[in-house]
Write a protein that binds this ligand. Structure first.
Ligand SMILES: NC(=O)c1ccc[n+]([C@@H]2O[C@H](COP(=O)([O-])OP(=O)(O)OC[C@H]3O[C@@H](n4cnc5c(N)ncnc54)[C@H](OP(=O)(O)O)[C@@H]3O)[C@@H](O)[C@H]2O)c1
Length: 321
């Protein structure tokens, strides 16, 4: 590793000392002061940290705060990927709420659709699976073509309308946009990209008063068409057929079949009710102050996501892989 220039070393050291002092002395003092102001007895550092943690837990467990709701009348929403799953349910739900809904799969000339588009929901997506050595470059490209480039393409096509309406962009990513998993690399790559794109767009759109939200659903496989037994069967056949002979030999058919059985077992897994997703997308579109990220997922997935995104990889790897 190349030696760091002295100035950078000095800066890093100074910053580390500053953080140590702030966290070691400043934070407990602030917490003690806060506890005293609330009328608690003289609090120790430990009690303060417990208090901070309790506040954090309270924040996490708290139901969504009311933040004001916008009027629906005269607003149009475009949802992509409406043949099945979330998209179909979202289109019906928004129609019931009174939005003018454009529910579609492929449109040739987006900008002529409507003049005052309020929101676009980038929902269309596909999923696949397979170990990296079994996955062809074409597969990586196909999945990102729909999930990532599709999201960017649709967003760019409609952004002028959304920007003029000071409206909303809602991108359906996934919990796999925040954490990886074995056998899911093509999907994770595309969804990490959606997260990155959404963050960058959100920063840019702030000055235009356009709100960009990301929805990160957990596992809703059983309630949607994203992974069916037919998909697993055809994908498994394709994976084995396209794997180079050396890979087939090294990994072996038994190992491959074991993983495919695991994927088949996922077809009936996950949450059966998709209301959490509908509620979150609706909030992102109708709330005066929508959240940046929504996590409609079961608690064990939420905990896993927090562990994988906040703890050192040495710990999360040991826990989950
Ligand atoms: N289900 C879950 O557990 C889960 C979890 C996290 C995130 N998500 C995300 O949620 C979104 C919706 O998926 P879903 O679960 O509702 O699955 P789904 O039932 O398979 O719905 C996906 C929709 O996208 C459409 N679509 C696929 N490729 C398209 C293309 N090239 N152009 C236009 N439309 C296309 C499909 O249309 P056709 O049927 O006509 O192909 C279908 O209507 C996806 O982005 C997915 O990644 C799902």
């Amino acid at each position: 590793m190349a030696a760091l220039p002295m100035v950078r070393v000095a800066l890093l050291l100074a910053f580390s000392v500053f953080l140590t002092l702030v966290l070691g002395f400043g934070l407990p003092s602030v917490l003690n002061l806060f506890a005293r102001c609330c009328g608690f007895p003289e609090a120790s550092v430990t009690e303060s940290i417990v208090l901070l943690y309790a506040l954090f837990v309270l924040y996490v467990a708290m139901p969504r705060l009311p933040r004001g709701t916008l009027k629906v009348a005269g607003k149009a929403v475009l949802v992509t990927g409406c043949d099945t799953g979330f998209g179909l349910a979202l289109a019906k739900h928004f129609h019931k709420l009174g939005f003018m809904v454009f529910a579609g799969c492929l449109f040739k000339n987006y900008c002529e659709l409507v003049r005052s588009l309020w929101a676009v929901v980038n929902n269309a997506g596909i999923s696949t699976f397979g170990e990296v050595e079994f996955t062809t470059m074409d597969t990586y490209k196909q999945v990102s073509e729909v999930n990532l480039w599709g999201t960017i393409r649709v967003t760019k096509a409609f952004l002028p309308l959304i920007r003029r309406a000071k409206g909303r962009v809602v991108n359906i990513a996934s919990m796999y946009g925040r954490m990886g998993n074995a056998l899911r690399s093509p999907y994770c790559v595309s969804k990490y990209g959606v997260e990155a794109f959404s963050d960058c767009l959100r920063y840019e759109m702030k000055v235009w008063n356009v709100k960009v939200s990301v929805i990160e659903p957990g596992n809703f496989i059983v309630a949607t068409g994203i992974l069916t037994r037919d998909i697993v069967t055809t994908t498994a056949e394709k994976l084995w057929k396209e794997a180079p002979p050396g890979v087939q030999e090294d990994y072996g058919k038994a190992h491959f079949e074991q993983y495919m059985a695991l994927m088949r077992s996922y077809c009936n897994s996950g949450q059966r009710e998709i209301e959490p997703v509908l509620d979150d997308v609706t909030d992102a579109i109708t709330s005066k102050r929508p959240y940046k990220r929504y996590n409609p997922m079961e608690p064990h997935w939420w905990i896993r996501m927090q562990i994988m995104t906040h703890l050192p990889a040495a710990i999360s790897d040991r826990l989950y892989f």
